[in-house]
Every structure is written in C-alpha cells, then in structure tokens.
Design a protein around this ligand. Structure first.
Ligand code: ATP
Ligand code: MG
Length: 350
C-alpha cells in the first residue's frame, strides 16, 4: 500500500493580501514569496487568461483589441469575480510550487473595514473556488497592525492608517477588537486621478494614469521639500492632438492631491472623535502607525502629525505590513480568532 506523508496530502497554509493595486502571498514557514500587481490579461476571443501580474500590467494600454487587461478589484473589493478566482487559483498553485495536493491550503485573507457581508462572502467564495479548503477573513488594518507588531490584544489603544490603491482604512484597535474604524476611497488611485485632472486643467495636456502614478511616486510630496523635485511628462495636447512635454514639480503634485488629503484628514478626525477617551490618551502618547503604499508619499507622516497633533510613524516595510500580519495569523490562528470575520456578524448590504 502506498504511504503518504502528511505534507504530500496537505498544501502549505498561506496568507494573501488581495489588494486593489498589489497582491502579496505569504507561505507558512517560508515568508512572503509572491508580490504581483493585481492585474490580469484575458483573451476575449478564447476567454483564456494570457498574462498575470507584472506581465499583464506591462500590457496595459498597449494590448490589441481582443486582449483585455483587467484590474479585478476596484476600491478594495472584488469587481470581477471570475477573474479574481483565476488570479487566486494561479497564486495558490504558485505558492505550492505548482504541485496540487489532495487538501487545499487554509488561506488567511484581508478585506477593508466596513465591507458588507456580500463583499466578504465574495472573497471567501473566490478563495474556496480557487482551491482553498478554508478561508479566514480578517480586516486589513488589523492584519497590518499585527504585521507592524502593535499590541492588538492588549488593553491599550492602537491607531493605524492603511493607505492603499483603492481604499484607505483607518482603525483604532484594542483588546482583540476594532473599536472605531472608517474606510474611504481617498487612496492612491484617487491621487493618480487628481494628477491626471490637474495636468489636464493646468497644462491642457492628457496623460494616462500610469504616467500619473510614476510621477506621484517619483516626485510626489505633501510638504515643501528643501530641494525641488521635477520630472518631464509627455502627453497629448488637447488643442492640437499632438504629443507635447511639460515639466512637473513636487509642488504641482502637492496642489493636485491637496483636496484628497484634506478628505483623508477629516476621516481621521472622525475616527478620533468616535474613539473612547481612555483609548485616546494611549493614541496621543503612542501615536498613529501608517502603512500601505501611500505611507511612502514624501512628508506624509510630518503633515499628519502636524494636522492631528499626534505622533505619526511609518511602519517598517509598509507595503508588506498587511501580508506579514496575515502571515503571523497563518502560523498560529488561535490567538487572533476574535478578529475573524463571519458573514453572519456583518450587516446586510445597505
Ligand atoms: N513611494 C510611493 N509614494 C507614493 N505612493 C506610492 C508609493 N509607492 C506606492 N504607492 C502607491 O500605493 C498604492 C498601492 O499601495 P498598496 O500596495 O498598499 O495598495 P493595495 O493593498 O493594493 O490596495 P488596497 O489596500 O486599497 O486594496 C498605489 O496607489 C501606489 O501608487
Ligand atoms: Mg492594501
């Protein structure tokens, strides 16, 4: 009789940060092994996936008519269920080094705070259809806080800010629970749109969102810098229809995203206002921890600290905080069970 070791039957458990912009995968006992843009290219004629991740992102805006380049998540939640499933299937398989095992992995996966039960179930179903034997759903700011080694289980208030591509999550956590939270769509994608709009109205020039993102990352700053940063961008002149080049500086980017930053600041104030006084004193003392790609915007911690009057620090390696925290849960789920989302506990779609 053939004998099987447990490892040949069971897949390794994994944690996935399924983000609007980037998806990262942590494999139990191994660490973060996969980081790919959340982009899939599909051949509309054959309905087949032709590229995933970086390869698909490189095809954005450059592919022939029958190749559709899709971002299956929008504003932090699944907008294209089938493609998300294909994407997850690919990732789960890759995480098992391409080998399929009898029992699929247990998958820990994050959702933005305040998702409806329909949205949360969609994530669970997508993971299960992609081969997971069990899906543990966790709020992303909680996972990020765990990844940043913050004391989420203790009787102290911890405030975090996760600025991603599609959503910004703000949460106050204490004693294994989320005490106050808010999710907003003022995040990286919106900043890119702000830059596209600014260049259109200021320079009568049309640029793409990819260019806008490159400029944001390259020279974007939310406070004045000691040395001006600048970059030239090419786009299409609205009057002539021909290509033209303009020079953008960090101060242009600042002006472009200032209104969005104000909205973000108001959202943080709202969360602070709904935080119980006892926890507020902890936050004043211990400050706010920021992660997600938006945390890398130059001057962001300084500006937030000034406006809110609390210390603000950026988590180490802010792009991986959420997946590393979900990874901690993968290694030993029991201590975090109070944080797991059960659709029955959520409100129905409003
Ligand atoms: N150095 C940088 N400066 C400013 N923005 C940055 C920088 N690096 C990345 N970003 C932005 O961060 C965003 C992606 O962050 P992240 O990977 O945390 O998002 P996500 O988890 O995929 O999205 P979400 O959590 O909303 O679903 C993008 O909008 C990207 O442009
Ligand atoms: Mg995220």
């Amino acid at each position: 009789m053939a004998r099987f070791s447990k490892s040949s039957l069971f897949s390794s458990d994994i944690a996935i940060d399924l983000g609007t912009t980037n998806t990262l995968v942590y494999v139990r006992g191994k660490g973060v092994l996969i980081a790919e843009p959340t982009v899939v290219a599909v051949n509309d004629k054959t309905r087949q996936v032709v590229a995933i991740g970086k390869e698909a992102k490189n095809m954005l805006g450059k592919s022939p008519g029958h190749i559709r380049v899709v971002r299956p998540l929008s504003r932090g939640v699944i907008s294209d269920f089938e493609i998300t499933e294909e994407f997850l299937t690919y990732l789960i398989k890759k995480a098992q080094s391409g080998r399929t095992r009898l029992f699929g992995p247990r998958v820990v996966i994050g959702v933005p705070t305040g998702v409806t039960n329909v949205q949360s179930r969609a994530v669970r179903d997508a993971a299960k259809n992609a081969g997971a034997r069990e899906a543990i759903i966790l709020e992303e700011p909680v996972a990020g806080a765990i990844g940043a080694k913050l004391p989420v289980s203790e009787a102290v208030g911890t405030m975090v800010l996760d600025i991603g591509g599609g959503t910004t999550d703000i949460a106050v956590i204490a004693l294994k629970g989320v005490v106050a939270a808010k999710s907003s769509h003022m995040a990286g994608d919106k900043f890119n749109e702000n830059i596209v709009d600014f260049v259109r109205s200021e320079f009568k020039l049309g640029i793409g969102e990819r260019t806008a993102e490159e400029v944001k990352i390259g020279i974007g700053a939310v406070m004045p810098l000691t040395e001006t940063l600048s970059r030239s961008v090419r786009g299409r002149d609205y009057a002539t229809g021909l290509p033209r080049e303009v020079m953008l500086t960090d101060s242009h980017i600042r002006d472009a995203i200032a209104p969005s930053l104000d909205v973000l600041m108001d959202a943080m104030k709202e969360v602070i206002e709904s935080t119980p006084a006892e926890l507020l004193s902890d936050i004043l003392e211990r400050g706010v921890t920021v992660f997600g790609g938006g945390a890398l915007l130059r001057g962001l911690p300084q500006v937030l600290a000034k406006m809110l009057g609390v210390p603000v620090r950026v988590a180490p390696d802010p792009l991986t905080s959420v997946v590393r925290g979900a990874g901690v849960v993968t290694e030993d789920p029991a201590p975090y069970a109070d944080f797991f989302i059960d659709e029955e506990d959520l409100l129905t779609e409003s």
